[in-house]
Design a protein around this ligand. Structure first.
Ligand SMILES: C[S@@+](CC[C@H](N)C(=O)[O-])C[C@H]1O[C@@H](n2cnc3c(N)ncnc32)[C@H](O)[C@@H]1O
Length: 261
């Protein structure tokens, strides 16, 4: 089920039952004060940010399942204020990660400070009993491939370091079983994409989050959906989706994307 709504997110969430969503991913308003081509951002004032986010984050907590996770994406303008709200609503003990999405910005003309190349994604869970599927990247790099050698059975294997004393800290990994490098909290995913909507995010970024924190058939929600990238990824990955945007253009794009334009 892919459920796309034209609605203010507070109104949509008010209709939803407690403990029903497995994963919330929201690329929220970043508090830049800017007027983007497709929407107006909030001003970077703490009272404005708190007035907007406190009631919404409380609703997100109510509708999330006990096994659920929530990812909120922004940049460094308001992430410190949003983290304080998340600590109050979800609990400091349920903070799991601060993820940096490195957009690999190629243009770098900034001379008076370091160029900002990352977005921040904060991850909280509702309880300690949450879903998490480890993700792997660079499925196989050239340098790793060079480390594989034939063993006595003529299988391509690589020696990996382990902490297991029984194997004397070394273990053979067969090429056919090698999954790649475990992802850490720095997501190196290129931003380059043909945008149909302002601030549209790459599918690969949202794919990693959805695969890590949900399973097939789960319900994923995005309440700041923009061009509904999350809905398209849910369709690809056999997840159910519910989400909204207050912009008519966004919702039209969303319907077109899930139909596969
Ligand atoms: C950063 S953009 C999301 C971009 C999206 N991740 C994508 O890939 O296209 C934030 C979106 O939130 C929407 N929005 C802002 N306030 C909202 C509200 N109260 N309810 C629902 N959507 C809202 C804006 O219209 C905008 O499309």
């Amino acid at each position: 089920m892919i459920d796309i709504r034209l609605s203010d997110n507070l109104e949509l969430m008010a209709e939803m039952q407690d403990n029903t969503v497995d994963l919330i991913y929201c690329d929220i308003l970043y508090g830049t004060g800017r007027k983007f081509k497709d929407y107006q951002d909030l001003k970077p004032k703490r009272e404005i940010i708190e007035e907007h986010y406190i009631p919404r984050i409380k609703e997100m907590h109510r509708i999330l399942k006990d096994t659920g996770s929530i990812y909120l994406q922004m940049d460094n303008k308001i992430n410190h204020w949003v983290r304080c709200i998340m600590d109050d609503v979800f609990g400091y003990g349920n903070f799991l990660n601060e993820i940096y999405w490195d957009k690999n910005v190629v243009k770098n003309n900034t001379k008076n400070k370091f160029t900002n190349s990352t977005d921040t994604i904060i991850l909280y869970t509702k309880t300690k009993n949450y879903t998490f599927n480890p993700q792997y990247e660079n499925i196989i790099s050239k340098s790793t491939l060079n480390e594989f050698k034939y063993n006595d059975n003529q299988e391509l294997v690589r020696m990996a370091r382990t902490r297991d004393y029984k194997t004397k800290g070394k273990k053979e990994i067969k090429l056919k079983d090698y999954k790649g490098r475990l992802c850490n909290n720095i997501f190196n995913i290129a931003k380059r994409l043909k945008q149909v909507y302002a601030t549209q995010k790459p599918k690969a970024l949202i794919e990693r989050i959805i695969k890590a924190s949900s399973n097939e058939g789960d319900l994923v929600a995005d309440f700041y959906a923009g061009s509904f990238t999350t809905a398209e990824v849910c369709k690809d990955l056999n997840r159910n989706f519910i989400g909204c945007d207050i912009s008519e253009k966004a919702v039209q794009i969303g319907h077109a994307r899930v139909r596969g334009f």
